[in-house]
Design a protein around this ligand. Structure first.
Ligand code: MLT
Ligand code: ZN
Length: 461
């Protein structure tokens, strides 16, 4: 440990665990994007709020940039430390602190995994409803920093809806207790909500009070094969009107190809361009009957070509794997990711334009579409041809993303639905947010982090 700044930090916080081995710098210096070479100064692993405060105070005085870090499963480069920053990992602060049964609030430290939150909620007979495939590795602090969405937003909304209170260390080391679990609180600006989705640029989330709810009703899972994109929108409309949806996710034949090659079971015979995994309440025979009728209506209209209804939990898991395994199956190809949001009503027109744009601009590349169609959220993953250099591939994708961002702007959409802006979409923020909004965002940042040490370069430069 040769850097004098680190010697000073350990003198200031003698109990602090600090990692400086190359393998640790690589491990903690990147997220799932894999586009930027990790190059942190060191990795700090505080074990208490006091240690976090001491690190932030020191960093603010010494102008050392910090990258708050959770499970680093992010897809936008928000947790990448590529410019000599100190990684501030919350992974040791991973305790469930308590449960208030009257208010149905689960108090946790920021480094607890989403899966541990699910298990803790279940142990109290309740549900924390935000869910997605990275549940075993991502942490609640990261979920809050990115306002994570996932596969149940259609029913339960994003992380934002489920945070009753936040404990945050602001950029000057000040400790803030925001909202304290109150259900109603009309006492001015809701700083808790400002923190949610701020990507570590306003404060370090160190703890949260999570709202829990009743367990979801028993559900049935259906896999559908569809002949074209229009059918996808029609079936969504049909199912939303006739069933109580818990999830409505789609993927294309291209995504299916990759997930099958990665070991998933085929589960359906049809070979068609679009697939849907739908989950809906199945409390009784009437619900199951409604699902069959909706399915038959879809078949009669020519929107559904084939389908499978899971007959057991394990079959449902097999169907879900086709959707949830996509990200992992594409990862070895280092895809360029787009994660866009639109009002559902704007989707058909946008999709037509996009398909023409992609066919024109990406003739040599594999374009893999999937996502949360019922939330107006599409993931468009572009895979490079085997013979293309990374730099050429990224330059090409960025040019096309500019066109995509312009198209989105015309349709009133957003360049990030749930992954965040981070480094990946920083240059496109202006297509989603007006210049006036961005100026206000910068002003807010200045208030919470006057020395600009919290995740600099993410969201905006
Ligand atoms: C997902 O929904 O599976 C991820 O958010 C999308 C991705 O990997 O692009
Ligand atoms: Zn997603």
């Amino acid at each position: 440990m040769t850097d004098p700044r680190l010697t000073e930090l350990t003198t200031r916080v003698p109990s602090l665990r600090l990692l400086t081995e190359l393998a640790d710098l690589i491990h903690y210096g990147r997220d799932w994007t894999r586009r930027w070479g990790p190059s942190p100064l060191a990795v700090a692993l505080p074990g208490s709020i006091e240690e976090v405060q001491a690190i932030v105070q020191w960093a603010s005085e010494r102008q050392v940039a910090l990258v708050p870090s959770g499970g680093r499963t992010g897809l936008s480069g928000g947790a990448v430390a590529a410019r000599g920053e100190l990684v501030l990992s919350l992974e040791r602060m991973n305790r469930v602190l308590g449960f208030d049964a009257t208010d149905r609030l689960l108090s946790v430290e920021a480094g607890v995994t989403l899966q541990a939150v699910h298990e803790a909620a279940r142990s109290h007979g309740l549900l924390y409803p935000v869910d997605f495939a990275a549940r075993g590795s991502c942490t609640i602090g990261g979920n809050i920093a990115t306002n994570a969405g996932g596969i149940r937003v259609i029913r339960y909304g994003t992380t934002r809806e489920w945070i009753g209170g936040l404990t945050v260390v602001a950029g000057n080391g000040q400790l803030l207790e925001l909202n304290r679990g109150l259900l109603k609180n009309s006492s001015g600006y809701d700083l808790r909500q400002l923190m949610i989705g701020s990507e570590g640029t306003l404060g370090v989330v160190v703890g949260a009070q999570l709202k829990l709810t009743d367990p979801a009703p028993p559900a049935q899972t259906m896999l559908l094969a569809l002949p074209h994109m229009e059918a996808l929108m029609q079936v969504f409309g049909l199912f939303r009107a006739q069933l109580k949806l818990q999830a409505f996710e789609f993927f294309t034949d291209m995504a299916l190809k990759h997930v099958l090659a990665h070991g998933a079971q085929r589960a359906i015979d049809a070979d068609l361009p679009y697939y849907v995994v739908a989950e809906y309440d199945a409390l009784d025979d009437a619900d199951e009957q409604a699902a069959l009728l909706a399915f038959e209506d879809g078949v009669r209209e020519g929107w559904i070509a084939d389908g499978v209804i899971a007959q057991s939990q394990s079959q449902a898991a097999t169907l879900w794997r086709l959707r949830e395994g996509i990200t992992e199956s594409l990862a070895p190809r280092k895809p360029y990711k787009n994660d866009i949001a639109l009002r559902i009503g704007a989707m058909p027109a946008f999709l037509h334009e996009m398909q023409a744009l992609l066919a024109r601009e990406y003739p040599r590349m594999e374009v893999v579409w999937f996502g949360h169609i019922g939330d107006g959220n599409l993931h468009i993953n572009i895979l490079p041809p085997e013979d293309m250099q990374l730099a050429e591939f990224i330059a090409h994708c960025e040019r096309v993303t500019r066109l995509l961002a312009d198209t989105l702007q015309r349709h009133g959409g957003s360049i990030s639905a749930e992954h965040g802006i981070g480094l990946v979409k920083r240059d496109y923020l202006g297509s989603t947010r007006s210049a006036a909004e961005i100026a206000l965002m910068r002003g807010v940042r200045q208030v919470f982090d006057p020395s600009g040490i919290l995740n600099p370069g993410k969201l905006f430069e």
